[in-house]
Design a protein around this ligand. Structure first.
Ligand SMILES: Nc1ncnc2c1ncn2[C@@H]1O[C@H](COP(=O)(O)OP(=O)(O)OP(=O)(O)O)[C@@H](O)[C@H]1O
Length: 679
């Protein structure tokens, strides 16, 4: 049964600089390689891309307007007269067509042209840095462009309805039907654009997720980080790395795009509709700004509380799921022990923590709901209160009321990103914290490796040589042995003995480079020349063939080689019995311990290493099979180190290393023929 996490590391959850730095650390590398001042350059490139998209959109919209003008001159004439940002255009020509045509020879057009060429130039200058990242920049550009178009469509639709309302009010049937047609055509164009916008957003999130997960996986599997993280310890700060690399990455890449594009949409809507709103009422505009600012500060305060709760929720959910997986992986042992009740208790304790924290979460969400309902319902009243008196005083037409309410709603929505999305923002911040911590841990390991590890020094060498080795456990609680020295010249073999817990397996861990807390030097052959056989053989998820080829050190292993290796370890009928080499099973559950240990010996025959390290690798076998397998090793001219408790093992080794000799010294090395197992 694994430890149920008791305490959590003390973390501060705030919308602060550290959170921002973590965010940049995770988000930037997909688009721009990290390095000194790279964040500034990255932001500069994002702005340049924005400039590019704005300039491009300008020419695109003018071209569209010129085409659209051919279909509905009345609507476009109306637009030029009504849209506040376009009113200045009236000076460019008499008819609306002239105005649009003149736009292309007007000063802003030149400015946009220069910006367009300039931004292309900037990207050209950065082409080397962006090598391999072209795809994401291109998709981002398309996404930004679509965001502009979608926002323009919203403005357009608001005007179409204003004209429809006014035509209704003036009982002008012709104009009414004309604009209904315009609306129909706009929809035909708008729907595919809207769908492409959403699709592109998801596609970029998907590419980003794949990239980020692969990057983290690379770090996770490099230099055995997965082994060092010790993520099941109760007080670990990197809990559930699997969850961080799966769910947290997914929610990060999806939410980030949703949020960033929502913010962009909001900015665009804000620019588009504040003008309309401002032209209707200045008080309404400023009142709205004040209202939203106060609400945002309040929302951020509630959000800060929510980050911690969301962070804990993610951790507790991960712990709960791991508890269940642990039961699944150890089903047989638990069944033998009849440990159901204890296991149920441990998963129920974990579930209890999930529920307790979730309970806290829903209380805070309820508080947030009160705030959000009050915020939204009160906001709906405001435009009526301000625009209706203007209408009664005949200062604005009827269509203006509808458009005023629509514009108010759009500006309110645009400004309300923080008050209304604070729940998403907080869980996003929690994901950033969790991913950021994992990311930092990987970077720390990397810099530690560059600077050089402290403790035991490992050198590559032609054979095993240990010099002055003192080994501590990773947490430095125990010193297992001191000043150990020995040399093993092939084809010599060494048997490591000693009472349980004296550090036999730990010596093998140090030789394999897994433990390095202590001092002294270990010289060992390259890992590709050695094979390690643990007491409980590792059975991977896959076919029987993959099982036998593991760890895939040699190519061109044929099925005949496999069959012959199986026969030599007394498993000739295994493939037939299991339905062939392509069969996939839960091998750890299907094969007996002894069969698994024999299968591990078959791996030696197939991989043909020069050295083998065996940690009680024959403990589940009878003495006859054990002898047979050791004779097999000797016939292959393999030099090996074994750990074991059985007296019979002494016969297959030349040297014995006793890590807890009875004479009281720290360790003892002697020829096997002189060694006597104590009874
Ligand atoms: N990850 C760890 N962190 C801290 N201490 C550990 C860790 N793994 C093992 N130890 C401790 O190190 C000591 C040596 O463990 P090791 O597995 O090397 O014993 P051993 O001699 O191989 O025992 P056995 O014969 O029972 O397999 C034990 O006291 C064990 O509790």
């Amino acid at each position: 049964m694994t430890a149920v996490p008791q305490s959590q590391p003390l973390l501060k959850f705030r919308f602060d600089r550290t959170l921002w730095q973590r965010f940049v650390e995770i988000a930037q590398p997909y688009f721009y390689p990290p390095g000194p001042r790279s964040s500034t350059q990255f932001l500069f490139l994002i702005l340049t891309q924005l400039v590019f998209v704005v300039s491009f959109t300008f020419f695109f919209v003018v071209a569209l307007a010129l085409i659209g003008f051919q279909f509905s001159p009345k609507f476009f004439a109306g637009l030029v007269n009504e849209i506040i940002y376009l009113k200045f255009l009236s000076s460019l020509g008499k008819s609306s067509l002239e105005i649009f045509q003149n736009l292309l020879t007007f000063l802003p057009a030149y400015i946009f042209l220069v910006l367009l060429i300039g931004s292309c130039g900037v990207f050209y200058a950065y082409r080397r840095k962006l090598q391999g990242r072209e795809k994401q920049w291109l998709i981002l550009a398309i996404l930004l462009f679509l965001a502009f178009i979608v926002s323009s469509l919203n403005v357009l639709i608001s005007y179409v309805f204003r004209f429809i309302d006014n035509a209704l009010n003036g009982r002008d049937a012709k104009v009414f039907w004309d604009f209904l047609w315009v609306y129909g055509i706009t929809l035909v164009v708008a729907i595919p654009i809207l769908i492409s916008y959403r699709y592109t957003r998801r596609k970029l999130a998907l590419f980003w997720r794949a990239w980020l997960t692969n990057t983290l996986l690379k770090d996770y599997f490099s230099n055995r980080a997965y082994y060092e993280l010790d993520s099941n310890a109760a007080n670990t700060d990197i809990d559930n790395p699997d969850q961080r690399m799966t769910e947290d990455v997914n929610s990060f890449t999806n939410t980030i795009l949703d949020l960033i594009l929502d913010i962009l949409d909001s900015v665009l809507d804000l620019v588009a509709f504040t003008g309309i709103l401002y032209s209707i009422s200045t008080q309404l505009t400023f009142g709205l700004l004040g209202y939203v600012s106060i609400a945002s500060v309040l929302a951020l305060w509630i959000g800060t509380k929510l980050i911690k709760i969301n962070f804990n929720q993610l951790r507790l959910e991960g712990d709960f799921r791991y508890g269940m997986v642990h039961v699944r992986d150890n089903a047989e042992s638990i069944a033998f022990y009849r440990g159901e009740n204890l296991e149920r208790n441990q998963v129920e304790t974990r579930l209890g923590r999930v529920i307790k924290n979730y309970n806290l979460l829903i209380i805070w969400i309820a508080l947030l709901d009160i705030f959000q309902y009050a915020y939204n319902y009160f906001a709906r009243l405001v435009p009526y209160l301000i625009v209706a008196p203007l209408y009664f005083a005949k200062q604005v037409d009827f269509g203006t009321i509808g458009q005023g309410i629509f514009a108010f709603g759009m500006v309110l929505r645009a400004l309300s990103i923080i008050p209304t999305r604070i729940q998403d923002i907080s869980s996003f911040a929690a994901s950033i914290e969790r991913l950021g911590m994992l990311y930092e841990r990987f970077r720390q390991r990397e810099s530690r490796e560059v600077v050089g590890r402290e403790g035991i020094i490992i050198h590559p060498y032609t054979h095993f040589k240990v010099d002055g080795l003192t080994l501590n456990t990773p947490n430095a609680e125990q010193t297992l042995f001191e000043n150990l020295s020995f040399e093993l010249t092939p084809p010599q073999s060494l048997l490591v003995v000693g009472s349980s817990g004296c550090g036999k397996s730990s010596l093998l861990r140090a030789i394999a480079g897994l433990w390095c807390n202590g001092k002294g030097t270990i010289e060992s052959p390259d890992y590709t020349e050695a094979l390690f056989l643990p007491q409980k053989p590792y059975m991977l998820l896959g076919t029987l063939r993959e099982q036998l080829k593991y760890p895939n050190r040699r190519e061109n292993i044929t099925d005949t080689d496999i069959q012959s290796a199986l026969a030599r370890v007394n498993l000739e009928d295994l493939a037939n019995r299991m339905g062939g080499l392509d069969t996939e099973k839960d091998w750890a559950g299907v094969l007996s311990q002894g069969e698994q240990q024999r299968l591990a010996f078959a791996r030696i025959l197939l991989s043909q290493p020069k050295y083998v390290i065996l940690d009680e690798a024959t403990s589940a076998l009878d003495v006859t099979n054990e002898r047979w397998l050791y004779e097999l090793l000797q016939s292959q001219d393999i030099s090996y180190i074994s750990v074991g408790h059985r007296p019979s093992l002494v016969d297959y080794h030349q040297i014995v290393l006793d890590l807890r000799p009875e004479n009281g010294s720290s360790w003892q090395l002697l020829p096997a023929k002189d060694y006597q197992f104590s009874s």
